[in-house]
Structures are given as C-alpha cells and as structure tokens.
Design a protein around this ligand. Sequence first.
Ligand SMILES: [Zn+2]
Length: 130
Amino acid sequence: MDPAPIALPLLIALAAGLIGLAVGSFLGVLVLRLPHRQPVAMARSQCPHCGHVLRPGELIPVASWLIQRRRCRACGATLSAFYPVMELAAAAVAIGAAVFLPWPESIFACLAGWALLVAVGLAVGLADRL
Ligand SMILES: [Zn+2]
C-alpha cells in the first residue's frame, strides 16, 4: 500500500497547524494591544504582571505556557489561558481550512477565520478582562 495518499494530507495539516499556532500568537498580541494603542510590531512580548521581557524559549506557542505551568518565570504570576486558547483556535482554523477546502479558497477562509478571531476578541474586550 502506498503511504503517499495519507501522508500528504497529514503533512499539510501539520504544516497548517504549526503556522496557525504562530499566527495565533500574533493574533493574541493584536487583541491585547490594539485597544490600548500599544505597538504590535517591533515591541518585545512581556509578562503582563511584572514586565519581564520574554526570552525565545518562553515564546513557543502553547508549549511555553504548559512547560511553565501557566506561570511567569520571573514573578510567578498566573498567565491567562487566553494565550494558548487563541493559538489553538488559530491552528484549528488553519487546519480546518487546509483539510476541508481546496486551494486557494483555503487561504481566504483561513484569513477570514483569523480575522474573525481577532474581531471577536476585540468585541468582547478581552484586553481589559485579563
Ligand atoms: Zn511576571
């Protein structure tokens, strides 16, 4: 049996998921910083409680949150589940679009889904609730 027909969709889903996690991390930044008119690019991520600037190992989507047991390494404050939830939601959007839609509709659906995530996050005022 040829594994290629199964392997390729799995690779596409895996790639879409990884891209979605990374994009989700940025979408979280948008939701949290845009309402406060803070820069979304060229500004380092930091702990919302103590201002500790996050190092590369603390910026791995979902994994860092789990490895650090939901706590800031510097001050020990609990970090909101918003971060991994946003990253996983963006990954789910990317995987769903890549698996269920043909190219190039999948790209447009993915971008629309990500925009919807940001819009919902801004609309419910997550930036002020965390
Ligand atoms: Zn901290």
